[in-house]
Design a protein around this ligand. Structure first.
Ligand code: SF4
Ligand code: SF4
Length: 389
């Protein structure tokens, strides 16, 4: 994780790519840089939280702009409490072959140091074993691997195999373009052989929106990768070859209706490219990290927060992913969700590392919330599993 330097900005190490990683990331879409690499003050989580807190808000359920207060008047007195634990989500690192404009992780090719090591992977596996053996942990069914581009972690295949061997459903959150790099072209077949669900991010089924958000050339590579996944048996209704597409709006709007977008996307991708997929998740962009920078640059932050507050939907709360998930960072720390992880909001439990994970303490905690949480409760709700309402 970034550590504060003496001038109050995050300490930044110069990007150093090994020859192996250069080979892996070298033919991705255009490179820009992360907030971290640019030494931007906004790279610091506290600066992001302060920017959100500075937005004047006198509307929404309580008119206070306090997510906690708005939860309380929506029937969640005392805050968000956990549901049965179903998912361990491991963010194995911030390294990515792309540098998308909306990235909430601030990932990129320069984030080479934040990668989970073998010791961390084994600590996750040991915690999973303890959870499964606990009476309150039998509800665990899924390990969700994210990043960065999780495939770039050198222990990715080891971790997938270990989770599959435990009978768990595994999700690979894939950016598609990584599957077109030489080192990772084998992955569609490799993942298919293990029944891994592939959840692929794609901003739009048209080129313009996708390349605008993710960089030139992304769309063409994404379509090629989808064809490779289809050829491996993905996206054709087989429950052991599930291909999920994940879209975020391009701009400062809320996600559209997931059901109608899914039909539109299925028709368009099949008609234009002969590509099929199983389901679409339509997520809101979270007002943090590089998307927050974009909102600030465009003078759109107040407008976007207004849209999130106006769209506050109490029915979206019950299915929030922070209620049934433990999120683990590349260095083994535990968080309520990947967003709180990126904002370095430690979970309210008496331990910080997955090696010390305690199921009872986890299930007894209250989820930590702040204004970014309005991104999850607007409209039909938004989580790694799609709409929540
Ligand atoms: S949004 Fe995904 S693909 Fe894009 S930079 Fe972030 S982690 Fe990488
Ligand atoms: S940002 Fe995280 S903690 Fe906040 S509502 Fe969303 S999932 Fe829950």
């Amino acid at each position: 994780m970034p550590s504060p330097s003496g001038d109050g900005h995050p300490a930044v190490s110069l990007p150093v790519l090994s020859a192996e990683l250069v080979a892996a990331v070298g033919d991705g879409p255009k490179r820009t840089t992360s907030l971290y690499g640019r030494r931007t003050p906004l790279a610091a989580p506290e600066a992001q939280l302060a920017a959100l807190d500075a937005v004047p808000i006198d509307f929404g359920p309580t008119g206070s702009g306090s997510f906690h207060a708005d939860l309380e008047v929506s029937g969640w007195r005392g805050g968000l409490t956990p549901a049965p634990l179903e998912i361990v989500q491991v963010n194995v690192g911030k390294l990515c072959n792309m540098t998308c404009r909306h990235c909430h992780v601030d990932s990129g090719p320069d984030r080479v140091e934040e990668n989970m090591d073998r010791e961390g992977v084994d600590a996750c596996l040991a915690a999973i074993d303890r959870i499964l053996a606990h009476p309150d942990g039998a509800s665990l069914h899924t390990v969700d691997l994210t990043g960065g581009a999780p495939e770039l972690n050198p222990h990715f295949e080891y971790l997938v195999d270990a989770c599959v061997a435990r009978g768990l459903h595994v999700i690979d959150r894939c950016n598609l373009t990584i599957l077109r790099t030489n080192r990772y072209r084998h992955l569609p077949e490799w993942l298919a052989a293990r029944g891994v669900e592939v959840a692929c991010s794609l901003p739009h089924y048209r080129q313009l929106g996708t390349d605008a958000q993710r960089g030139d050339g992304t769309y063409r590579k994404s379509i090629e990768a989808l064809r490779a996944l289809n050829a491996a048996g993905y996206g054709q209704g087989d429950p052991s070859r599930v291909l999920t597409l994940v879209t975020n709006p391009v701009g400062s709007f809320l996600a559209g209706s997931q059901g109608s977008l899914e039909r539109e996307w299925q028709e368009a991708l099949e008609r234009n490219h002969g590509v099929t997929f199983d389901r679409l998740f339509a997520l809101n962009n979270m007002p943090m990290s590089r998307y927050l920078e974009w909102l600030l640059e465009k003078g759109q932050l107040e407008t976007y927060m207004g849209r999130l507050l106006e769209g506050f939907n109490p029915a979206a709360i019950e299915g929030l992913m922070c209620r049934n998930t433990v999120s683990v960072s590349w260095d083994g720390r535990v968080y309520d969700c990947d967003f709180n992880q990126q904002l370095e909001m430690d979970a309210a439990v008496p331990f910080t590392h997955i090696a010390d994970f305690d199921v009872e303490a986890w299930q007894a905690r209250t989820v930590r919330t702040a204004r970014h949480c309005y991104g999850c409760t607007a409209g039909a709700g938004s989580s790694c599993g799609g709409a929540t309402a």
